[in-house]
Ligand binder design. Structure first.
Ligand code: GLA
Length: 318
């Protein structure tokens, strides 16, 4: 596939996991990450396909060390990232981390501009399996070139690492990011509100030709179980994201979630649509007033998933 990253099978179906940002923002520490990893196992999420435990913005100390290496905030992560990654791996899970392509992260912490190869190497040493690279503080820079540098840096680090590109869909990443990374954001940040979910959904209607195994549109992480979303809205959000072949990154507190929320996240008939091996993203078939009809082709001959309003069924044919 193209000049950059060859199709490597690391994300032959959309990545599934959990990310700290939507629920916890920068209020993260190693205890939260470990408890979340444990909850991912005891809740049945791991067995349902969730694999990556991803630490988003807020993990780094305010300064790099004397060599220029990234350092984890010692108050939040006293054992260090390598030890944390080891414990996550011991649970049969994979470990993900965040940085930013510019001069600072979106929370004004140290970021990776000029340190791409050093940081990719460091992440590989820590045992990182997934890296999300954000786009704050990048004034005047071209995303295509900078993310290409990151793709090279990750390849040079010689560890299989899923590469999540996060420039919010500003430069039509669906046209170029598939050669560099495994997934790319297509929109601004999701909020735990139904209106945000519908706004993002509308932006996905034309993007289906660009997605496939190892290269996925990312309409952002899940808000199921967050904010004021009702159970029905959470269910619809999850079903729609799986129709879109979206990465399924839970964004709620797995340690305290209700049974209803847990059942949404592990629903086998919905997860299997998301993870369908054909890897075709769904598309909008019709829009009539308030009603949308979306459809998605599935691998099994003659099956497709149809989603209209809040209903979700598997009928019809390709
Ligand atoms: C941006 C990203 C979010 C999150 C925050 C962290 O807004 O789009 O997903 O990573 O930065 O600061």
């Amino acid at each position: 596939m193209g000049i950059g990253r060859p199709s490597d099978g690391l994300a032959s179906t959309p990545p599934m996991g959990w990310n700290s940002w939507n629920r916890f923002g920068v209020k993260i520490d190693e205890r939260l990450i470990l408890e979340t990893a444990e909850a991912m196992v005891t809740s049945g999420m791991r067995d349902a396909g969730y694999r990556y435990v991803v630490i988003d913005d807020g993990w780094m100390a305010p300064e790099r060390d004397r060599n220029g290496d990234f350092v984890a905030d010692p108050d939040k992560f006293p054992s260090g990232m390598k030890a944390l990654a080891d414990r996550v791996h011991a649970l049969g899970l994979r470990f993900g981390i965040y940085t930013d392509a510019g001069t600072k992260t979106c929370q004004d912490l140290p970021a990776s501009l000029g340190y791409e190869f050093r940081d990719a190497r460091r992440f590989a040493e820590w045992g990182v399996d997934y890296v999300k690279v954000d786009w704050c503080h990048t004034e005047g820079m071209g995303p295509r070139a900078l993310y290409a540098k990151w793709a090279m840096a990750l390849r040079a680090a010689r560890r299989p690492i899923v590469f999540s590109i996060c420039e919010w869909g500003r430069s039509r990443p669906w046209e170029w990011a598939g050669e560099l990374g495994h997934l790319w954001r297509t929109s601004w940040d999701i909020q735990p509100e139904w209106s945000s979910i519908l706004t993002i959904l509308d932006r996905q209607a034309e993007l289906h030709p660009f997605a496939g195994p190892d290269h996925w549109n990312d309409p952002d992480m899940l808000e199921v179980g967050n904010g004021d979303l009702t159970v029905d809205q959470g269910r619809a959000h999850f079903a729609l994201w799986s129709l879109l072949a979206a990465p399924l990154m839970a964004g709620n507190d797995l340690r305290t979630m209700s049974d209803e929320v847990r059942e949404i996240l592990v629903a086998p008939e919905i997860v299997s649509v998301d993870q369908d091996s054909l890897g075709r993203q769904g598309r909008r078939l019709r829009r009539e007033g308030d009603v949308d009809i979306w459809t998605r082709d599935l691998a099994e001959d003659g099956r497709c998933a149809l989603d209209y309003g809040l209903l979700f069924g598997c009928l019809s044919k390709r």
